[in-house]
Design a binder for this molecule. Structure first.
Ligand SMILES: [Zn+2]
Length: 106
C-alpha cells in the first residue's frame, strides 16, 4: 500500500518525469501508451495564464490521451508500468469507496 501511495504522487505535476519516460500507463483506464501520445496537461493556474514564461516553466499534470484522467504515471517514476501495476493502482485509487452514514439531524 505504501508503494501505491508513493506511485500516486507521481500522477500529479509529472510533466518532466513523463517526458523523460519511455512508456506511460493510466490507472483509470489501465491503458499503456508512449508519452508522445499525451498532448494535454492540467495544472495551469490563473497567475500563469497570461505569462508565457510561467507557462513554459510549468510542470503540468498529464491528462490521459485515452480517458482524460489525471491518472498517468511514467516508467521514469521507478515503477514498472504493466497491467498488474495499473490494476493494483486502479483498485486502490479509482475503486475506493468510503461510506459514511449521515448522523441523524437532532
Ligand atoms: Zn486513462
Amino acid at each position: 500500500m505504501t508503494d501505491l501511495l508513493a506511485a500516486y504522487r507521481h500522477s500529479t505535476r509529472n510533466q518532466a518525469e513523463i517526458e523523460a519516460s519511455t512508456v506511460c500507463g493510466c490507472f483509470n483506464c489501465t491503458q499503456i501508451f508512449p508519452p508522445e501520445e499525451i498532448i494535454a496537461w492540467g495544472g495551469i493556474d490563473a497567475a500563469s495564464f497570461d505569462d508565457p514564461d510561467a507557462l513554459a516553466a510549468l510542470n503540468g499534470t498529464a491528462l490521459c490521451p485515452r480517458c482524460g484522467g489525471e491518472t498517468v504515471i511514467g516508467d521514469k517514476s521507478g515503477f514498472r508500468i504493466d497491467l498488474d501495476f495499473l490494476r493494483d493502482m486502479n483498485e486502490a485509487w479509482c475503486q475506493r469507496t468510503i461510506i459514511r452514514p449521515k448522523k441523524p439531524i437532532a
